[in-house]
Design a protein around this ligand. Sequence first.
Ligand SMILES: [Zn+2]
Length: 104
Amino acid sequence: MKLIYTHANNLIVLNAKNIVEASSIKVFLKNEFSSAGVGELPPIDNWLELWVVEDLHYERAQKLLAVFNSKELADWQCVKCAEINGAAFDYCWNCTTSSHYCDL
Ligand SMILES: [Zn+2]
């Protein structure tokens, strides 16, 4: 068993899990039930962790997540006003629409 991904935001870890599972790789979550209060970030040792069950799937899972991560860092186009925004921005600088508007 190997740890392949962790993040302070549970939704991002769950998204990563879906991507890896879609390729028939067995994974499981750790720290699934250690939640911080609403609006608080959990301390790093309580972050939700994504593990692969079989070590031989580790490299393939990492490649899948590398693609996932590069998408996360790509510029995005606002669904409302079509403005192109940098990856670092969570909201459109032009009309303040969330970049995750159509992701969830
Ligand atoms: Zn916009």
